[in-house]
Write a protein that binds this ligand. Structure first.
Ligand code: HEM
Length: 322
């Protein structure tokens, strides 16, 4: 491609990016629903007490929504063949869906027909980050809800627990997220839980070697083997994503990776790969920097594929199209 064509393309792409995310703003609902943030926070903080699993699961729900055809609440639609039904979404906790539905009900009672489910999910995810001890970053709003939700779109748009760093970098880059965003956003694994089937191969038969993953700390390996048998175990059993401080949103996740105590192969790989190792070390040393990088990553992730203006709809019920 001749140089001028590259430049024109860069300019056009940049303009369309600026235009779409320009239509979002922190005070989008300042006239139509001035108490929106308080309303969502009241539900999130109640859920955080009643059903603590709502916190990590809602943060994860936001990620799964954004990566598959944009942050448009398409993940919330229930019914056969929807995103929610896809194999890679099988472990998304019902508590997360329940949290968004409850917040929507409260918001609808105060400002009917105005606020999208996509924005409520983005705000709730931020609230849970903050409630768990993480940063309280501003959330841009003005997204509209998508009218399409297809299970078939999930597989190629989500990372897997055994993805390589190459695959992660490629996938994140296809969403407009760079290497630093990958490392910072993976820091969400500072809270929450992982089912045994997502990492059991590391304990007994890593890469079909019949040996455990040599990059796992031996005491952690022993403890996880007691929790997760090679076969026939209870499929509901989980291990904490951050074995040191599983309930606190802090930068311990990165320290764990340096100590060979990452749970998912993809987590540990961020420390093993020379392209991401330094970033892990940097965020492991500096909580303030992690909070800044995470907030920025969430803002960037939060504008992936958004629908604004006349696109999409404002759903009345988050689980159903209007
Ligand atoms: C980098 C690629 C990623 C991979 C391969 C990955 C994979 C996973 C897996 C396999 C689980 C455990 C699910 C289960 O067994 O229930 C999990 C949990 C979780 N993930 Fe990720 N994830 C990634 C990135 C992210 C990002 C970017 C976020 C949010 C910004 C995130 C937030 C979470 C949270 C909070 C949990 C805990 C969920 C809970 O306790 O219910 N993850 N992730």
């Amino acid at each position: 491609m001749p140089p001028f064509a590259t430049n024109i393309c860069a300019l056009v792409c940049l303009c369309s990016l600026v235009q779409v995310s320009d239509q979002l703003s922190v005070d989008f609902y300042s006239k139509s629903c001035p108490k929106l943030e308080q309303l969502v926070f009241s539900v999130a903080s109640q859920r955080f007490k009643e059903a603590p699993v709502s916190g990590p699961s809602t943060i994860r729900l936001f990620f799964h929504d954004c990566f598959v055809d944009g942050c448009d609440a398409s993940i919330l639609i229930s019914g056969r063949g929807t995103e929610r039904e896809a194999f890679d979404n099988r472990n998304l906790a019902v508590e997360a869906f329940e949290t968004v539905n409850r917040a929507k009900a409260v918001v609808e009672a105060n400002c009917p027909g105005v606020v999208s489910c996509a924005d409520i999910l983005a705000i709730a995810a931020r609230d849970f980050v903050h409630l768990a001890g993480g940063p309280n970053y501003p959330v841009m709003k003005g997204r509209r809800d998508g009218t399409i939700s297809l299970a078939s779109r999930v597989r190629n748009n989500m990372p897997r627990p055994n993805s390589t760093v190459d695959e992660l970098l490629r996938l994140f880059s296809s969403k407009g997220l760079n290497k630093s965003d990958l490392v910072a956003l993976s820091g969400a694994h500072t809270i929450g839980f992982v089912h045994c089937d997502q990492f059991v191969n590391r304990l007994y038969d890593f890469h079909h070697t019949k040996q455990p993953d040599p990059s796992m700390e031996p005491r952690l390996l022993k403890a996880l083997r007691m929790t997760c048998p090679p076969a026939g175990g209870n499929t509901d059993v989980v291990a904490p994503c951050d074995v040191m401080t599983p309930f606190t949103f802090d930068h311990m996740y990165y320290g764990n990776l340096e100590a060979k105590m990452g749970i998912l192969a993809t987590d540990q790989a961020l420390f093993l790969d020379p392209r991401t190792k330094e970033l892990v070390q940097m965020l492991g040393k500096d909580k303030v920097r992690f909070f800044q990088a995470f907030s920025q990553g969430m803002e960037k992730m939060g504008v992936i594929g958004i629908k604004v203006g006349k696109l999409g709809e404002i759903r009345k019920n988050c689980s159903r199209h209007n």
